[in-house]
Design a protein around this ligand. Structure first.
Ligand SMILES: [Zn+2]
Length: 285
């Protein structure tokens, strides 16, 4: 894929600042679970300031996906992210599962999240990532109706592509579980995740292998991390050391919004892969 200024490949770190939204969305009794709540709270209160400090030192601007409820609950972290010029993407209202919501409820969740961000800062997100990637066949149209430029919840390619919504389109910046820090680092029994937690270097090694693969292919490397997981001290120190080298690789480090704008330019020039959405319109038997 071609990148701006003849960069040999592209790179983006995205952080999903879920904080403790997960426990409230998953369990009506979640508010009574102080340990689980505190684990999530580490994200906005300790992880985000640490990450921002590194980004300031290295001159990086990146993307943070944040549920609307977290904007309301952790305004200081959001203010700091915006003050440093990072992008904020929408990540649902309270990390609800969109596929368990009706169409009207999905629209309501999206609008509630957008309103919370707008009320806080006047900021209008251009990107969306579905909580746990659980977008529905209705999600892209709901996003296009609201003027979103891109989604980052699907897994059909390594590189950005376009979703053809029948006369409209949306850029997809794909993800996959191999570039998500949940499998190596999350152990969250309260919401049903019982994972063997990896050591910092072991858990992060696959991300760095992915980076080398993107470099070889001239493609996009993209990480989906969480401030309460990869933002923890020992893991972030490994990332920091790696980043200092990665920044000398020639990669175009950009926000997902910038990558989506570049992809949209390619789409308009007929140079971007386009997939129909939804892939199926009826039950397959
Ligand atoms: Zn999330």
């Amino acid at each position: 894929m071609d990148w701006p200024n003849r960069a040999p490949f592209a790179a983006a770190i995205t952080f999903d600042m879920d904080a403790d939204s997960l426990i409230h969305a998953a369990d009506p009794e979640g508010w009574k679970r102080p340990y689980a709540i505190s684990m999530g709270q580490y994200g906005p209160t300790v992880g985000v300031p640490r990450i921002l400090e590194t980004y300031r030192r290295l001159g990086l601007r990146q993307t943070f996906f944040i549920p609307g409820w977290c904007v309301k609950t952790y305004p200081k972290a959001v203010e700091a992210i915006l003050k440093d010029g990072h992008e904020i993407g929408c990540h649902g209202w309270i990390h609800e599962n969109p596929s368990a919501r009706s169409l009207a409820e999905q629209a309501e969740d999206l609008d509630r999240a957008l309103d919370a961000i707008a009320a806080f800062s006047g900021y209008r997100p251009r990107g969306y990532r579905a909580p746990v990637y659980l977008l529905t066949n209705d999600t892209p149209a709901l996003l296009a109706d609201r003027g979103f430029a891109y989604d980052s919840s699907m897994m059909a390619d390594d590189e950005p592509y376009a979703l053809d919504l029948g006369g409209r389109s949306l850029i997809e910046i794909p993800t996959h579980w191999g570039i998500d820090d949940w499998p190596p680092f999350a152990h969250y029994a309260e919401i049903g995740y019982m994972m063997p937690v990896r050591g910092p270097s072991e858990g992060l090694a696959p991300f760095f292998e992915e980076f080398e693969a993107a470099r070889r292919d001239g493609g996009l490397w993209h990480a989906v991390w969480h401030p309460f997981l990869t933002g923890r001290r020992a893991r972030w120190q490994v990332v920091e050391r790696w980043l200092e080298t990665a920044l000398t690789s020639g990669a175009w480090f950009a926000t997902l919004g910038e990558i989506a704008d570049h992809a949209e330019g390619l789409r308009q020039a007929g140079q971007l892969r386009t997939l129909p959405f939804p892939t199926y319109t009826q039950r397959q038997t």
